[in-house]
Design a protein around this ligand. Structure first.
Ligand SMILES: Cc1cc2nc3c(=O)[nH]c(=O)nc-3n(C[C@H](O)[C@H](O)[C@H](O)COP(=O)(O)O)c2cc1C
Length: 478
């Protein structure tokens, strides 16, 4: 009799919940919270593994961190025999029940998006979810509830949680049955309208080989090699020969700029090479002044001079009058298929915040002066948190300073220990801290050396020793 009553109750709740459940978020529109694998937390409570399964699918989709809400006193089988006045039944009936949690989320402040999963217990979230929500400050965070159940929908179980974290933005939740597939979860996550950006703070260095640099996935979705050739000061035939030598050595990222006056030669070298166009990633830049005032013409000029079909990435060379206007023209060129990804050069923390609030396409890359004597220790993680790849120009300290840096005692000692050159140590240091490097050279031997940094790695102690060389000493005015 009790069991029949229970089944009727479950069916009624399921019907009610079905009508109450929908897929739009609370604001009725698309949510634009920017999420990346480093700021997503998937917190879940699961006694018999069903909710855990969905949580793991969310983890696979988002790359977020998984956190299991573990009760201090585990629920036994008897505790879960619902409709027997078991422990779970009693807790659900007691408004003050707050079962204690074993452990806690480390660095909750790092998470902006929290998926919160639980099984439906008598139409509601288990009281341990209440304990969880009362344990942290969720202000400014986005919470996305999800649940599993025998048959009930999410119903009021999620909305009844809102008052426990009223400073958070709550998106509508979703109920999943047991056996939910990865693709169902993927579709749901996509439908949330969260903007997911890939984690760009660390590279998959293990997949690199000398002469073959790994790539990083940009927030535009395109892949960019993490080592390239800088071409500042290379012109004419020297420039062409350098690009060819680089392509022959396996370099697939070439950085140029209108201001370098060599886009035409770079385009020629690429077209004359045997390397398919799609395998090469070309960055160019437009310059403040005339070009920012007439950005459409500036973009077209680069396209014409390079003459390689599309431009992989275009940057603004440095902040200046009309930079937002110029960027908007680049956004239009992206929509027209002329440029694939956008970025900025010589942009720092204050400038980036101000800038991204005025544009539609988040920059995929910031290219700044970075080397062991000027490490940008605050800027690099700041940009990474925004999903922006950092790239170093002057990776060896820049003209007039390269000699000093390449003979730096600390670096030379590390180089000797690994039987590599000082330049290779510096490049490896850039890559291990998640910074793409574009050393410039016209010497084929150096070019080959610069892309041969994948057969050794620096220990954390060596990384720390180089970090300690920082003098905050800028070698150029930008
Ligand atoms: C105390 C208790 C109450 C439950 N109440 C409901 C309910 O109201 N509606 C329902 O469909 N399922 C109910 N269930 C079933 C669970 O929601 C379902 O099995 C869930 O998927 C289990 O998740 P888990 O494996 O992650 O623990 C209840 C289960 C328990 C233990």
């Amino acid at each position: 009799m009790r069991k029949t009553l229970g089944i009727i109750l479950i069916i009624m709740m399921a019907l009610f919940s079905f009508s109450a459940c929908n897929n739009t978020n609370q604001n009725g529109g698309t949510n634009h919270t920017t999420a990346n694998s480093s700021n997503v937390l998937i917190a879940f409570f699961s006694c018999t593994g069903t909710t855990k399964g969905v949580a793991e699918h969310i983890e696979a989709k988002t790359g977020g961190a998984l956190y299991s809400i573990v009760p201090e006193e585990p629920y036994t089988e008897d505790d879960l025999k619902y409709y027997t006045n078991c422990r779970a039944d009693r807790e659900q009936n007691d408004p003050d029940a707050r079962p204690a949690i074993n452990g806690s989320v480390e660095k909750m402040e790092n998470y902006d998006v929290i998926f919160l999963g639980y099984p439906i217990w008598h139409g509601q979230a288990p009281k341990i979810i209440y304990t969880f929500l009362e344990s942290y400050d969720f202000s400014g965070k986005t919470i996305i509830p999800f649940c599993t159940s025998h048959s009930s929908g999410i119903g009021s179980s999620a909305t009844n949680l809102h008052s426990l974290a009223s400073d958070a933005t709550w998106l509508d939740g979703r109920r999943f049955p047991s056996g939910t597939s990865q693709s169902t979860v993927n579709d749901w996550v996509d439908s949330l309208g969260l903007k997911f950006t890939p984690d760009v703070s660390a590279f998959d260095l293990g997949s690199g080989k000398n002469g073959h640099a790994p790539t990083v996935t940009l927030n535009s979705g395109y892949e960019m090699p993490i080592l390239g050739l800088g071409t500042y000061s290379l012109t004419g035939e020297t420039c062409k020969a350098s690009v060819k030598a680089a392509l022959d050595s396996g370099v697939r990222l070439i950085d140029t700029a209108h201001m370098y006056g060599n886009e035409r030669e770079i385009g020629e070298a690429i077209r004359e090479s045997n390397v398919p166009r799609e395998e090469i990633f070309v960055i160019t830049k437009i310059y403040p002044g005339e070009q920012y005032s007439h950005p459409e013409e500036a973009i077209q000029e680069s396209l014409d001079k390079l003459d390689i079909g599309y431009i992989d990435m275009m940057l603004l060379h440095h902040p200046g009058a009309n930079d937002v206007k110029a960027y908007k023209a680049m956004e239009k060129a992206v929509a027209d298929g002329k440029i694939r990804s956008l970025g900025l050069s010589n942009w720092y923390i204050e400038e980036i915040d101000d800038f991204i609030s005025q544009v539609d396409i988040r920059p995929a890359l910031v290219q700044n002066e970075i080397h062991p004597y000027y490490q940008e220790q605050a800027v690099v993680p700041y940009m990474h948190n925004l999903g922006i790849v950092m790239q170093a120009w002057y990776p060896f300290g820049g003209r007039g300073h390269t000699g000093e840096l390449l003979s730096d005692e600390t670096i030379v000692k590390i180089a000797e220990a690994h039987n590599v050159t000082a330049a290779q140590v510096i490049l490896r240091w850039h890559l291990q801290r998640g910074v793409v490097a574009i050393p410039g050279s016209s010497d084929p031997t150096h070019i080959l050396e610069n892309i041969s940094v994948f057969d050794f790695s620096l220990s954390s102690e060596e990384m720390n020793d180089i970090a300690a060389l920082d003098r905050n000493e800028k070698h150029d005015w930008y």
